[in-house]
Write a protein that binds this ligand. Structure first.
Ligand SMILES: [Zn+2]
Ligand SMILES: [Zn+2]
Ligand SMILES: [Zn+2]
Length: 273
């Protein structure tokens, strides 16, 4: 499988639009991997994770036409993960000869998608997913949504995905995993890759246990997953969805995270596993 990170920031982006904090100022000056758009990823050129307002610029930036994308998994309804107004771009007047695309979301995201997929010329459909209930996407990916620890009004889930014997977990946005999620992952099979929420960056001086995580809390979650057999030494560990509030730029995080065995995602990064 190949996972391509299209965007790796939390809602406000890095640097954030109006911010002159240390992280934003350093990131603006250094450029390159320090500059991040909002979180989104593409698996095997076919399965999209999240659909935010940066999607058009991501496709342009990486030269993607997204024609091969049949399915899009929505983690929750915060606008840096779901911007439903842009679902209409898949409709005939805007995208000619595109096969239908299906969006999968739990309750609140599903409700937000409905008015757009119901439009007369829509080329998109929406499926309501439920934590704990496995399903197969149009493109043949086996998907298990599990509860996330995040703003409950957004119906948050993380997604475990399997195809051709390979397994990955996309865990944005979430704090320390709920017990039900640990149990679900223990039964899912050993993961080949985990994309961890790391809004709090290295996590120095902050707890980052609820709603989001940092490297410190991610390490606790990973230890537990190993004890359950859901991960092991071969599992590729990626950190993503960073905020300036975490306190470090990409350049400041990389060496420290790599020493701990974690990849620090950057916009455009590809991981094959
Ligand atoms: Zn987010
Ligand atoms: Zn800032
Ligand atoms: Zn969120």
């Amino acid at each position: 499988m190949k996972l391509k990170y299209l965007g790796t920031a939390a809602y406000e982006g890095v640097p954030a639009l109006f911010c002159r904090c240390g992280v934003c100022t350093k990131s603006r000056l250094a450029g390159g991997r320090n500059v991040r758009s909002r979180q989104q990823a593409l698996l095997d050129g076919a399965l999209l994770f999240d659909y935010n307002a940066d999607t058009v610029s991501h496709a342009q930036r990486y030269g993607l036409d997204l024609h091969g994308v049949r399915d899009c998994l929505i983690t929750h309804s915060h606008c840096d993960h779901l911007y439903p107004d842009d679902v209409e771009i898949a409709a005939k007047p805007y995208s000619h000869e595109h096969p239908p695309i299906r969006f999968y979301a739990a309750e609140d995201g599903y409700k937000k998608l409905l008015p757009f997929v119901k439009k007369e010329d829509s080329n998109a459909s929406a499926m309501r997913v439920e934590a704990g209930k496995k399903f197969i996407t149009t493109g043949g990916f086996y998907v298990l949504p599990l509860p996330a620890d995040h703003d409950a009004s957004t119906s948050p889930v993380v997604y475990a995905v399997e195809k051709d014997g390979k397994r990955m977990l996309y865990a944005h946005d979430t704090g320390m995993f709920p017990e039900e999620t640990f149990a679900g992952l223990a039964a899912f099979g050993t993961l080949d890759l985990i994309s961890f929420d790391c809004t709090g960056c290295l996590g120095f001086g902050g707890a980052w246990r609820q709603g989001h995580m940092s490297l410190q809390t991610v390490k606790e979650v990973f230890t537990r997953l190993c004890a359950l057999g859901a991960a092991d030494g071969h599992t590729v560990k990626v950190l993503s969805h960073f905020s300036h509030n975490g306190g470090q730029t990409y350049d400041e995080m990389r060496a420290i995270a790599e020493q701990e065995g974690y990849l620090v995602a950057y916009d455009g990064m590809e991981v094959t596993f």
